[in-house]
Design a protein around this ligand. Sequence first.
Ligand code: ADP
Length: 602
Amino acid sequence: MQVLVLNCGSSSIKADVLDPDSGARARYARVERVGTATCAIRVGDGAEQALDGATHETALAVLLPRMLEGLTVGAVGHRVVHGGERFTAPTRIDDALLSEFEALSALAPLHNPHNIAGIRAARAALPGVAHVAVFDTAFHATLPRRARTYAIPTALAAEHGIRRYGFHGPSHRWVAERAAEFMGEDLRQLRIVTCHLGNGASAAAVEYGRSVETSMGMTPLEGLVMGTRSGDLDPGVVVELARRGIDPATLDHTLNYESGLAGLSGVGNDLRDIEARAAEGDDACRLAIIVFAHRLRKYIGAYAAVMGGADAVVFTGGIGENSAEMRHRVAQRLEFLGARLDEDRNRAARVSLEKWCAEISAPHGRTRLLVVKTDEAHAIGRDAARIAREADVVEGVLRIPVAISARHIHLDRRSIDALFGANYELTPRSPLSQPGQYASEERLTLIGPKGEIPDVRVLGPERAETQVEIARTDEFKLGVDAPVRGSGDLASTPGITLQGPKGRITLDHGLICARRHIHMTPADAKRFGVEHGDVVEVALDTEGRDLVFGDVLVRVSPHYKLEMHVDTDEGNAAGLGRGAEGVLVHTEGAVRLLRRKVAFDA
Ligand code: ADP
């Protein structure tokens, strides 16, 4: 399968069609300076073509047909900058999800609206394939509370949703994985400081495979010095500038687009130009370089402290991969960590998609210094393909509706007469899922040695034998011991007292805790490959409370409708809601579904 990866930034669009396993590109294209008079598109290594004044929408209308011509794409991965608290894993996109992203746009006004424009255009161009959102924030969902909390009044933070999220997740995760691979170690055994230094820049502390600190916060403005963003700033500065009459929009623009390397150097945001000018003696450019390096060195030391040490420091992004001078400056004083730069290796280091890692530290140090080529598109494409493939498998699986069967009573003729009066007829109230069955208007009180439960629903029509079905919790309330039995299997079961409007009876048997079971027709049984009386396992995929139920009895009859029944205790344990579904565990899809969950939780 080939995957289209779309990364719609504030002023650029990157598109790649790639193999999600190898990362090999079938095609790629870039649109630069979106929204300006000089907007242009370049497909592959071809010449730039003008798209004067194109917006994200008009640029995508040109870009997408060019990307897809003659290629078959099985999934689309979309970079979405802000996932908020809700999205902490790659997620398949549908209409409902899109509206949630729109609501999140307030958190990332610079980015999310463009990401959404890309999603809309791509869904229109490729309606038949899975579209998957891959979030910058997701990898940092593991930040502990102490790292994601700003020390402002808790109520204020809660009211405005102010907390740290972190960004560049796909890149930090990708390079940490590649570093572990290069070192021949398990990522779960390593503490790595990853430094993504592109136009946007951030560092992360990746402890045993999980992000535990990162330099960007609620927005991508916090932390390192960047191409045009200030990074860390005394919040008092912002307050003071506001007090002096600079309005929020201007401040926002200044800190996001006119600061950082560009603001300090005065020659723009490209470090190549700044390094060239600094070499010629330009003091502003020299200052830009040393402020950048100092800030980063400070973070590396801090993150080693956060993790109690570091096994590797990884440099990536346009600056991290290419500027030997910046790596030299940053690594100069890291000997205390056990990281010693090898100057020859540093100068000679070249990374590419083919040769993606170079070591730049001297041998035998405690902390290794590595340059790793990041490949965010491959990272996003890999996630998108995984979600799309799983969705295909899971959608091919036979699902079983699951419903809670609350405590209830079936009555025989003798009991109805005794409880409601001679020849009384039950009054149907609402039909049940099994054909011909109904909940009646009638209710009874259960009386046990310890307590009573009023208003227990009677189900119709009348049965050959009276049977009372309760949950484990009810047993303790009543002070009785009900064995787990299939419906109708009443030999050697205890009794219970029933109080009705016209009388009371004490049964000598008939009290059970219903065995969980699936009703199905012979045709269903054939599809599932099971028979009446089989005992199976059913996996429930519920929101955060997945559960596999064993000991599920299969009951087959042409009069049934496909449905699994559990009692209230079981339903609550699984967080069962309306419309819940389960899958038989012996089917391949169910195993995949469970594995996905296990992998996600790990
Ligand atoms: P983005 O964050 O937009 O993806 P990149 O990761 O491509 O950006 O990084 C772009 C930056 O990398 C450029 O602004 C430039 O400063 C820097 N860069 C690229 N090549 C070099 C180089 N050879 N020397 C110094 N800096 C470089």
